[in-house]
Design a protein. Structure first.
Length: 165
């Protein structure tokens, strides 16, 4: 496998190959994918993007280091975003503008709830208002840290685990 021109982007991601991603959703058929390469992550993201529309919330669940941020990066590439998303663990939220609209989407909001200890910490982010602009989607890492917020919204969950088969 070659990681030549993009070796900086994928330097730590070689360990993420061969992950199993299970989609739990009413929008998508509940199914699992095994992603053996960065190319497979990108192909998976392109399939997801075809179904996204403004206001969509995608939750990424999995143990630390399973590839949640890698998934966000693949989604960003599929949406045409040139700036590679990094984990917003300390910033909690980052926003990325698309160079051109995709399915009416013009902005990707990336939230990392890893450090959220109380769901009230999400209030200051005003995510409902952020999504009400009619052109944004939200990708939320660590949804298990904000279960009540998740229950109040229509969310598709991607659960990322090691492929043990």
């Amino acid at each position: 496998m070659k990681f030549v021109a993009q070796s900086l982007k994928f330097k730590a991601q070689k360990d993420l190959l061969g992950r199993r991603v299970t989609i739990i959703s009413t929008t998508f058929q509940n199914t699992s994918f095994i992603l053996p390469s960065i190319r497979a992550w990108d192909a998976f993201a392109r399939k997801i993007v075809k179904r996204l529309k403004p206001g969509y919330i995608l939750a990424l669940s999995g143990e630390l280091g399973m590839g949640k941020t890698t998934c966000v990066q693949a989604l960003a590439r599929a949406l045409g975003i040139h700036r590679l998303p990094s984990s917003p663990t300390f910033a909690i939220m980052r926003s990325y503008r698309l160079p051109k609209s995709v399915n009416g989407i013009r902005r990707l909001i990336h939230v990392d709830a890893y450090r959220i200890e109380n769901e009230n910490d999400l209030v200051v982010l005003d995510l409902e208002d952020e999504l009400s602009d009619g052109c944004s989607i939200l990708v939320l890492e660590w949804p298990e840290n904000v279960p009540n917020w998740i229950l109040r919204h229509d969310v598709t969950t991607l659960h990322i685990t090691e492929n043990k088969t």
